[in-house]
Design a protein around this ligand. Structure first.
Ligand SMILES: Nc1ncnc2c1ncn2[C@@H]1O[C@H](COP(=O)(O)OP(=O)(O)O)[C@@H](O)[C@H]1O
Ligand SMILES: [Mg+2]
Length: 523
């Protein structure tokens, strides 16, 4: 290690520090009524975006904008009066963006003890401050997502938070229409109304401005200057009218890569994003995605519960109709027979015993019929046969009823333990009930086979018909509540359901239910 270095070498070393230190360093001369920049290091120009000739030789009021200027001047005077270093934090808008800095100012006196210079340093904490502010804003927006705020209000809060972090950007969120062909207004509180209206409903394709193109190609589209980019051809006049020059748009995707919307930043000057900008956009896109998906889920749930309610209502209507038509009719016959007997009993010519007995036989068989009807209807409401007879007999009974009602042959084969858990039995019975109803309503089948067997730890139920076969789109359709209900029922018990159309025709439904489960429940 060299200890004795020449003054020239030491000057070179000092210059090396000054030129390369990451913090801002500057020297101010104190003059009559103010302060003038004498020297700034290269970090100064890169942090502020100001050129050296815009700073060196200039007075502070020509370099530092208000409202920072008043604070800065007060602190300079404080340092001079107290003859010691003064520190503070400030936020100042420079051409390079809004900067958060930890500033120190140290007074330097001449031999006579007069304060002649100020040495300043600034430690740039923009990234940390931004990350903190962003985390807070993100938290606030996520709280809105979790509460009952509307999607519009949540997205607007997000847009405002981003704009606050990245002035002078104007932020916008567009949503994708349900059929996926157009973008719809989401939130863009600071873009001109006319611009928002013009974009609302714009098509999605590969040459449709930044957002339409980003949605079509499912990747970020950075347009540095709308004035020259071919993607903006159709929207150039619009952009020009509103002075929007740069537009960077990023698609908002869900987990399955479906486009939910776009997030865009607009600027009034041509511009390319910095890494910081890209990070900010990525976070905004993430939060927007959560908000939109949550909203989608909510509306799906609302629609589903509406449909379930409608299905229940339909079921109740069906039962009411059956009680009215079937029971009502049989009871009317009964009532008429009783009235006939009463009338004859009162009439002068005596009712012969054998006629009376014959009539009572009729009454009795009508009553039997009514009892059967009541059993059938109540069995449909709750399969009591299941509790009385066990699953195999209940299925056989169900098949018999089905055959009688529809004329479709229904064969049941059970090769399983009679002692199934109660909830498994109920599930199988209900699933078969829905499957047979579908066969009667949709299949145009002549025969249906119901098979129940045990395969190691699983109970396997198969329902096969020889009808026209169910279509894959029926299975995919969220309105297929019957299919959905069957699947839900076995899923609740840890099982699986598959619905297939056989190549040779007809439908096969296969349900697998595990027989020993951890955490299973009865019901
Ligand atoms: N066994 C079947 N054969 C042919 N098509 C079927 C069969 N089961 C269901 N489907 C079709 O699947 C659709 C959805 O069934 P489901 O969810 O039970 O609703 P729903 O019975 O109320 O129409 C039916 O509308 C029908 O088009
Ligand atoms: Mg159905």
């Amino acid at each position: 290690v060299e200890v004795d270095r020449s003054p020239a070498e030491r000057d070179r070393a000092r210059a090396l520090i000054y030129e390369n230190v990451r913090d801002v360093v500057f020297l101010l001369e104190i003059e009559e009524g103010g302060f003038r920049f004498l020297e700034i290091n290269p970090a100064f120009t890169s942090a502020t975006g100001l050129r050296e000739d815009q700073v060196v030789g200039k007075r502070v009021e020509d370099v530092i904008p208000e409202p920072s200027l008043s604070l800065v001047l007060a602190r300079y005077h404080e340092a001079i009066e107290r003859k010691e270093t003064v520190r503070w934090e400030e936020i100042t808008p420079y051409p390079a963006g809004r900067k958060y800095g930890q500033v120190s100012i140290t007074p330097v006196s001449d031999e006579a003890g007069r304060c002649r210079y100020l040495i300043g340093t600034v430690h740039d904490v923009t990234a940390e401050a931004r990350a903190r502010a962003l985390a807070t804003a993100e938290q606030r927006v996520l709280e809105m997502v979790a509460s009952d705020s509307t999607l519009a209000a949540t997205l607007e809060a997000l847009v405002l938070a981003v704009e606050e972090q990245a002035p002078p950007a104007l932020a916008s969120i567009l949503l994708v229409s349900p059929e996926g062909e157009r973008v719809l207004h989401g939130a863009a509180p600071h873009l001109p109304d006319e611009f928002n209206r013009a974009i609302d409903g714009a098509r999605i394709d590969e040459r449709a401005g930044s957002c339409g193109t980003a949605a079509a190609l499912r990747r970020s589209i950075i347009v540095e200057d709308t004035e020259h980019d071919p993607l903006w051809e159709d929207y150039r006049d619009l952009a020009r009218r509103h002075g929007l020059r740069a537009c960077w748009s990023t698609p908002i995707l869900n987990r399955d890569d479906r486009v939910l919307g776009t997030f865009a930043l607009y600027y009034r000057e041509p511009r390319v994003p910095t890494q910081e900008d890209l990070d900010l956009i990525a976070r905004a896109v993430h939060v927007a995605g959560i908000a939109i998906q949550r909203h989608e889920l909510d509306s799906q749930l609302r629609a589903l519960s509406g449909r379930i309610e409608a299905a229940r209502e339909e079921e109740r209507t069906g039962i009411a109709r059956e009680i009215h038509d079937q029971l009502g009719q049989s009871l009317t016959v009964l009532k008429m027979d009783i009235a006939w007997i009463a009338r004859r009993a009162r009439s002068p010519e005596r009712l012969a015993v054998d006629v009376l007995l014959e009539k009572l036989d009729e009454l009795s068989s009508t009553t039997d019929e009514i009892i059967r009807e009541v059993r059938r209807i109540s069995a449909e409401l709750r399969p009591g046969v299941l509790d009385d007879l066990g699953l195999p007999s209940a299925l056989a009974w169900q098949a018999q009823e089905f055959e009688k009602r529809t004329g479709i042959v229904c064969a049941v084969k059970v090769r399983a333990d009679e002692k199934l858990p109660r909830d498994v039995g109920t599930a199988v019975f209900r699933v078969v009930q829905e499957a047979l109803t579908n066969v009667a309503r949709h299949a145009e089948a002549r025969r249906v086979d119901v098979e129940l067997e045990q395969d190691q730890g699983d109970l396997v139920l198969e329902v096969r018909d020889d009808g026209k076969g169910l279509r894959p789109e029926d299975v995919a359709d969220p309105r297929s509540l019957g299919l959905l209900g069957m699947r839900e029922r076995v899923r609740r018990l840890g099982g699986t359901a598959s619905f297939l159309r056989r190549p040779e025709g007809g439908t096969t439904l296969v349900f697998r239910l595990p027989l020993s489960r951890a955490g299973g429940h009865d019901g």
